[in-house]
Design a protein around this ligand. Sequence first.
Ligand SMILES: [Ca+2]
Ligand SMILES: [Ca+2]
Ligand SMILES: [Ca+2]
Ligand SMILES: [Ca+2]
Length: 392
Amino acid sequence: MRPHTGLVVLAVLAGTALTGSPAAAVDDDGAPALDITHWLPYGGVNLWEVPLASGDPAFGRPQLVTSLVAGGWDWGSSRTEAGDFGDVSGVDDGSPDWLISHRQPDGGLLLWVVGGGPDPTPHVWEDLRTGGWSWEHSRQLVGDVDGDGLDDVVSVHLNPLAPGDLQANVWVHRSTGTGFADPVLWAQLQDPARPWRQPFFQIRYALGDVDGDARADLVSTDGGFTFAGDDGVRHVVHLSTGTGFAAAGPVAGGPPTEGWSFTFGRELLADVDGDGREDLVSSRVQRGGGLEMLVRPSVGGAFAGTAQKLTGLYAGGWDYFLSRQYAADVDGDGRDDLVTQHAQPDGGSLLWWHRTDATGAASEAPVVIGVLSGGGWNHWVNRATVGHAQPV
Ligand SMILES: [Ca+2]
Ligand SMILES: [Ca+2]
Ligand SMILES: [Ca+2]
Ligand SMILES: [Ca+2]
């Protein structure tokens, strides 16, 4: 392995007086909600929550959580993820919490947390304005990587060693229930055969529990299944050991001749067969038009080599480029379903439910479960992530 110039991190948590009660154990089995961050035309963002549990009286109907306007909040300088970090506000009702990674004027970032429940005041849980941290050159993922029941934050950070020699440093900001602990380096990722690959642009990252041991694992996806220059997909699992991410496991994926494309493809981790292990769901452009979704089931610490088609949507205006997909067990049967947010001609979007059928290997015909239209809704200036309600 090459020597590296790892980021020197100075943890600066002074001044963030943090209080809260001990955290309850949590998992992803609670009622799902789509947490949406929406751009505001006069600056700032709105946080909305759409209940995705079919038994909820407010199923599919957006509820405003809070408006973040004063103080420099900016849609384009922030990223949002849902999670369960603890009793953030002291009056947490178990609704999903929010992580907002916000760019700072010096290029660094702050990790803000908004708790679930009646007090949506944002709290700084980690100050990463010094120590070489860059908002632009990092991405934050959320998952319980150490299996203690509280979601943690994982920062994947670009670490350029030399031109064409790029590494991704993977840092874990463990949730203590009342804050994030000092970041700890869990892995340094680089494919020695393709060291020029640009994290985030030529490599995507996701967190999910692939082997079912209750610790979220890191999955990276890049192109070049057959050779480095093709536009297929390759998925690599890095299992969590509880204190680090293990070296790359077996590669799953496919070549462009089978319709796979890193450029025109997206991934989700979702347990569609309900066996407790998260499977890899791919959305891609369908040959002949429309959108299709496929799954590579988890077979333990890796994904199956053969993908099964969950659904193909040709007619009726379905479009890969006009849609985004999420995973949520809408009917609570233990199998994750897929939800699509699809742009509409009026500029808003519809939420569609693709229910996973009893085989766990196919989606039923989609039905509309929510309307995000009128009232300033704009498909192109919002982003969403699925959180889960938890007992407190
Ligand atoms: Ca944890
Ligand atoms: Ca795991
Ligand atoms: Ca599974
Ligand atoms: Ca389901």
